[in-house]
Design a binder for this molecule. Structure first.
Ligand code: M6R
Length: 364
């Protein structure tokens, strides 16, 4: 049932090209340069009435929500607020009938997420679920549902559910941008999406580059993950993966915050994983990296070809294929999943069933 793989998590990481293809297929009509969201029909007029979008979730789905905020705000220019479900439900959120509540859950059974959904409904918001499990509770209770077609996810660590959530959020952002009159040319964005599964395959084919890091770094007790902008939640997701299956403490920081505290932690025993895509934040990340290096921190950098400076500075470099900044978040995620996986295998932990964790958290 593991199809020749050692663990479900490994199988699920390697299934991502197919999972993404299956998830986006029904939504892209390239012949007509159109996005199709039959399960969430919205007119321009109805969309204009939405004052604010909320996204609520837990764990990995929460990290997808944070990426979704960057995508929607940047492309569609609508304000988005993101909350952890367990916080939202107890903080009397100022949500009302003029707002849309998007609830994200792989399982559709997470107790806090369901409670947040009910709270939002009670306050009159329209609700949209993004879910991977057909017939689970979440889709039954939402006004609209969009499914990720990742297929069953067995490993407790969420992998393909996350990247398919990002794929849906990307298409949804384009859909909102179009409805809001903020996007004239959509074709390149759709073509980028359709190229993505193959780009993931390229990263997966080079998995041994990541695998060989495990014996070198497997004895570290703490890791710092750094990213900026839309890559900050990707750093958070990378840190969560490492914690949950290898039991190594890892913390993610928005790189600009380093100087406000965490820089005190850096020495030769604290490896740093830095996400350094090309683009606006590149020079800033470079200077953060300098700060790590001059404190003898070991640096694992994820970057793109032609970013020569990084190659010269970092101890390890992992190259990611290029795409638009939104979709690159998916590509940068893959090596982080692989890294957590190989570190856990190196440490001999129970990869698919890490201690103290359940696949879906149905208690509050
Ligand atoms: O099924 P859900 O997406 O609602 O689950 C939310 C979290 O419990 C889940 O993402 C958890 O954080 C994973 N173990 C992370 O890998």
């Amino acid at each position: 049932e593991k199809g020749g793989y050692k663990h479900f998590m490994q199988k699920e990481i390697f299934e991502q090209p197919r999972a993404i293809t299956d998830t986006v297929r029904g939504h892209i009509d390239l012949d007509r340069d159109k996005l199709v969201f039959e399960e969430f029909p919205l007119t321009k007029k109805a969309f204009k009435k939405i004052e604010k979008i909320w996204i609520v979730a837990c764990g990995t789905s929460y990290h997808a929500s944070l990426v979704g905020k960057y995508m929607i705000e940047k492309m569609a220019l609508v304000p988005v607020e993101v909350d952890l479900a367990s916080e939202f439900r107890y903080r009397e959120p100022l949500i009302n009938q003029k707002m849309l509540l998007v609830v994200i859950s792989q399982s559709g059974e997470t107790a806090d997420t369901l409670a947040a959904l009910r709270e939002g409904k009670k306050r009159g918001a329209k609700t949209l679920g993004i879910c991977n499990v057909l017939g689970s509770t979440l889709p039954r209770e939402c006004d609209y549902v969009i499914y990720t077609h990742a297929g069953p996810e067995i490993g407790v660590a969420s992998t393909k559910a996350f990247t398919t959530q990002l794929a849906i959020l990307y298409l949804l952002s384009l859909y909102f941008a179009k409805l809001n009159g903020k996007l004239t040319e959509i074709r390149t964005f759709l073509e980028d999406m359709l190229r993505l599964p193959h780009q993931i395959e390229i990263i997966l084919k080079g998995a041994e580059v990541v695998e060989k890091l495990a014996p070198q770094y497997g004895n570290a007790h703490n890791f710092l993950y750094l990213g900026r902008g839309i890559y900050y939640p990707i750093a958070m997701e990378g840190a969560l993966k490492l914690k949950e299956i290898s039991y190594i403490h890892a913390e993610a920081y928005a790189a600009g915050e380093m100087k406000h505290g965490p820089i005190a932690l850096i020495d030769e025993n604290m490896p740093v994983v830095a996400l350094v895509p090309k683009g606006e934040t590149y020079p800033k990340m470079l200077s953060n990296i300098e700060e790590v290096i001059c404190r003898q921190g070991k640096l694992i950098a994820l970057t793109e070809k032609n970013c020569k400076e990084i190659g010269e500075k970092a101890n390890e470099v992992i190259y990611i294929p290029s795409s638009n900044p939104f979709l690159k978040t998916i590509l940068f995620t893959i090596p982080l999943q692989l890294f957590a996986y190989y570190m856990a295998v190196f440490k001999g932990t129970d990869v698919d069933q890490p201690r103290n964790l359940a696949k879906s958290v149905t208690v509050e």
